[in-house]
Ligand binder design. Structure first.
Ligand code: APR
Length: 170
């Protein structure tokens, strides 16, 4: 089941929330800042112990003061025109998060629009990859069975809805 939700990802009732982090895993602005604020300072300590995360990969931590089971920190690519492997790297983020959620037996996972803020990825292209990867995963695997695309603004939510409808029509 795929849902589109408008609002703050730290308020969702799910097993996993995904963080759009950076390679240093030391917090930042945007969704990363919101997650660190809501989780409290122990999240930064846990991230420091991990040490970092390459672009396109994922690292997991507890969620501390956020009432979900796990935070998956993934690092999306910075958009530099699209010919520097950005689509493959963004695909990696979604694939690795979904595969980890399956391995950890997580039933539900919420994604923010990875790379669509400071990292400047064109939202239409990012949404296409996000929807494609999630649908491919749901066709293959029974877990996680619930995937939420959590958007901070209505325009972004509308892009996901349109993409999901376009896929259904195909
Ligand atoms: N809940 C859900 N979505 C959010 C929230 C929130 N609380 N806050 C911001 N967003 C949305 C933004 O509107 C955007 O659509 O998340 C999307 C991703 O934006 P960014 O957070 O800027 O992430 P990204 O583009 O991947 O850039 C990552 O930003 O602060 C840093 O440390 C982070 O360096 C990294 C970079």
């Amino acid at each position: 089941m795929i849902e589109v939700h408008l609002g703050d990802i730290t308020r969702l009732q799910v097993d996993v929330i995904v963080n759009a982090a950076n390679q240093h895993l030391q917090g930042g602005g945007g969704v990363d800042g919101a997650i660190h604020r809501a989780a409290g300072p122990r999240l930064l300590e846990a991230c420091r112990e991990i040490g970092g995360c390459p672009v396109g990969e994922v690292r997991a931590t507890p969620a501390f003061s956020i009432p979900v089971k796990r935070v998956y920190h993934t690092v999306g690519p910075v958009w530099r025109g699209g010919n520097l492997g950005e689509p493959e790297l963004l695909t990696g983020c979604y694939r690795q998060c979904l595969a980890l959620a399956r391995r950890e037996g997580m039933a539900s996972i919420a994604f923010p629009a990875i790379s669509c803020g400071v990292y400047d990825y064109p939202p239409e292209r990012a949404v296409e990859i996000a929807v494609e990867q999630v649908q491919a995963h749901l066709e293959r695997d029974s877990q996680p069975q619930r995937v939420i695309f959590c958007c901070f603004d209505e325009a972004m939510a509308e892009l996901y809805r349109q993409q999901l409808e376009a896929v259904v029509r195909r």
